[in-house]
Design a protein around this ligand. Structure first.
Ligand code: FAD
Length: 348
């Protein structure tokens, strides 16, 4: 997987850039900036690069080998990687944190580097809020896919993974994560897989992949949303309410039905996980004035192509910023002070 193709490396330039997050956005930006002669350091909490592509997307769809090749190309270009290193400001605990062995403060990076790119993706699964979600056998699909991928590429032992053989699986959602959990659980021996979506198949950006799954025997139910998960200690089914679309919004109807299940996986979206955005009220523009940039899913979760395009575009903006403004910046003391005042003043 090529994150950036450098035709000719420029002479070294006297600026250092820190990139937080080694997913497609951060890696593409790293490639561009290293190629232009800047000193680039990439920090990631995981043991190697690739982000969601390496640690969530199933091996059958994108093998880790191709991601590793792309990361090696960047190393050859001179990019320095600091893996198992989480960059913290006031970050809450997030998926994947158990892999971090070192913790570096954002403030330290602010003072040591001329510019900072935050490309930390969206690693927080949106929680399903219905009764019964805590029952045994109910999973958020992202964490489940992450554990399965870690087992497939040798970081976890398979003993940690639940046994899905012969199970009846209900998947809530119709995005990439829902598709991937259907693929993985079928591989792991699930007997029956049903995907349920609150809108129609046409609304899903993963409709091509879902049509393929349907042709392979996966059941797909449109226009239904979970009302509650049934069971005592362990899940035994899901009660759904049929939905209708009113002026573009999904509305629950009184018509309910139940699907029996031993496993439920919900894939209803992910939330951006930035070490800075959640706790400060600074706008992206204000941060950019001080040399802090954002790219990829951390802005809003989308796809690999967009992350790569944004990584490239933001790297060009960083270069422009370095050449025009970096020597005159009043950062980090001023920005830190302003942000802290904002937080303490209750504006954020
Ligand atoms: C299951 C699944 C399937 C998908 N399938 C597809 C698909 O088929 N096609 C498609 O186009 N897109 C797909 N996507 C979406 C795609 O993977 C993302 O849009 C893309 O990876 C976003 O890239 P990114 O660089 O912005 O973030 P990410 O890939 O999420 O990378 C962010 C990186 O930041 C690191 N990080 C986070 N916080 C910190 C911190 N504080 N300190 C240090 N490091 C940190 C993480 O460890 C991670 O490596 C899928 C996503 C998922 C979850």
């Amino acid at each position: 997987m090529k994150f950036y193709i450098c035709r000719e490396k420029s002479e070294p330039r006297p600026f250092k850039v820190a990139i937080i997050g080694a997913g497609p956005a951060g890696l593409t930006a790293a490639g561009y900036l290293a190629c232009r002669g800047y000193e680039v350091h990439v920090y990631d909490k995981m043991p190697e690069g690739g982000g969601m592509v390496a640690f969530a997307i199933p091996e059958v769809r994108i093998p880790i080998r191709t991601v590793r090749e792309g990361v090696r190309d960047l190393e050859k270009l001179g990019v320095s990687f600091h893996f198992r290193t989480k960059v913290v400001y006031d970050s809450p605990k997030e998926l994947g944190d158990e892999w971090a062995e070192h913790f570096v403060s954002l403030e330290r990076l602010m003072s040591e580097f001329d510019a900072l790119l935050i490309a930390t993706g969206a690693w927080k699964p949106r929680k399903l809020k219905v009764p019964g979600v805590e029952l045994e056998g109910v999973y958020d699909a992202l964490s489940l896919l992450h554990s399965i991928k870690m087992a497939r590429i040798g970081y976890y032992s398979w003993d940690r993974a639940p046994d899905f053989k012969g199970s009846r699986v209900v998947i809530i959602g119709a995005g990439y994560t829902a598709v991937d959990v259907a693929i993985e659980l079928r591989f792991l021996g699930a007997e029956k897989v049903t995907m349920v979506y609150r809108r129609s198949l046409e609304h899903s950006y993963a409709k091509a992949e879902i049509r393929k799954l349907i042709s392979e025997g996966v059941e797909f139910i449109e226009h239904a949303t979970p009302a509650r998960i049934l069971g005592e200690e362990k899940v035994r089914g899901v009660e759904f309410a049929k939905t209708k679309i009113v002026e573009g919004n999904v509305v629950m109807t009184d018509e309910h039905f139940v699907i029996d299940a031993d496993v439920v996986a919900y894939a209803i979206g992910q939330l951006p996980t930035s070490p800075i955005k959640e706790i400060v009220c600074a706008s992206e523009k204000m941060l950019e004035e001080t040399g802090i940039f954002f790219a990829g899913d951390v802005i809003t979760p989308r796809n690999i192509g967009t992350a790569i395009r944004e990584g490239r575009a933001v790297a060009e903006r960083i270069e422009e910023w370095l050449l025009r403004k970096a020597p005159r910046r009043v950062f980090p003391v001023a920005i830190t002070g302003r942000l802290i005042v904002g937080v303490l003043g209750g504006k954020c």
